[in-house]
Design a protein around this ligand. Structure first.
Ligand code: PAF
Length: 279
């Protein structure tokens, strides 16, 4: 496994990969967990060369967010990446990605209006910008994103389409702990009691799915019931519970086609997200 730290070195390494080899790319911010490993596994199965990027992207964090305390452990990541069959880790510094004078950004008009986009202004501008840069540097044939960050996945899928990038986009299922909590690097922030109660999101999702299966199509009614479940956990503070159309990421009144029940919930300072697709 090769570890590459500069853009130049990554581009040189990429240019030496034979043109008949398929390249799969998994972008991450590190502190790898089973969710990331499932993306690497899929990339391994479908490609000749697997590139993983580990970069805690400063421009996707708001001023009061957790950039400084975001968990980092490169040695651990390196070991896990190797076990998952990664060929190349691209591990740049912030100075490498955003050198002095950096001034170009990518935005979406519409897909970031609700859910996390509304709660974290500028977040998706930071995500889109870094992902487009990473795509340009690694030039993958295929890329793999997790469903847990569903709005991010949708925005990147649309960016690939809108910018005519020749990249196959894959969205992979949410990987959960045994009790249902969606895997996230941020789970490490939780105190033991918060960790116990963090299943509130999964319980809320299960309630929403149950109502949907029983024929409920009124978004407001489903949301109210989900909120009730989440609020029954005394440490849970709801940031949002919303039901949006899958393709536009805009709120729905009545569920029809493919829609998403999405939640963001605080436990202390830790903000967790989760979702389920209803169709
Ligand atoms: O999902 C993440 O870890 C990040 O948002 C990503 C896609 C690596 C961009 O920094």
């Amino acid at each position: 496994m090769l570890i590459v730290k500069t853009v130049y070195e990554m581009k040189m390494t990429r240019s030496k990969i034979q043109t008949n080899k398929r390249v799969g790319f998994v972008p991450t911010m590190g502190y790898l967990h089973e969710g990331h490993l499932s993306l690497l596994k899929k990339a391994r199965e479908e490609n000749d060369v697997v590139i993983l990027s580990i970069f805690v992207n400063p421009i996707q964090f708001g001023p009061n967010e957790d950039l400084d305390r975001y968990p980092r452990d490169f040695e651990r990541d390196e070991k896990l990446a190797q076990e998952a069959g990664t060929d190349i880790i691209f591990y740049p510094t912030s100075e490498e990605m955003y050198p002095e004078g950096y001034s170009s950004y990518v935005i979406t008009e519409g897909l970031d209006r609700h859910l996390c986009g509304a709660k974290r202004p500028g977040h998706f501008k930071g995500v889109m910008t870094v992902v487009l840069k990473l795509f340009n540097i690694t030039k993958p044939h295929s890329t793999y994103f997790g469903q847990k960050d569903i709005q991010q996945a949708r925005i990147i899928e649309q960016m690939i389409k809108d910018f005519n990038l020749d990249i196959n986009f894959h969205i992979c299922p949410i990987v959960r702990e045994e009790d249902g909590l969606a895997m996230s690097s941020r789970n490490t922030y939780l105190s033991p009691e918060e960790r116990k109660q963090a299943i509130a999101l999964f319980k809320g999702i299960k309630r929403g799915e149950e109502l949907y299966k029983n024929g409920e199509r009124d978004a407001e009614k489903i949301k109210k019931e989900v909120e009730k479940v989440v609020k029954s956990f005394n440490l849970a503070k709801i940031d949002y519970v919303d039901i949006v159309d899958y393709s536009t990421m805009s709120p729905l009144k009545k569920l029809g086609g493919k829609s998403v029940l999405a939640l963001a919930v605080y436990f202390g300072k830790t903000r967790l997200i989760d979702n389920t697709i209803l169709e």
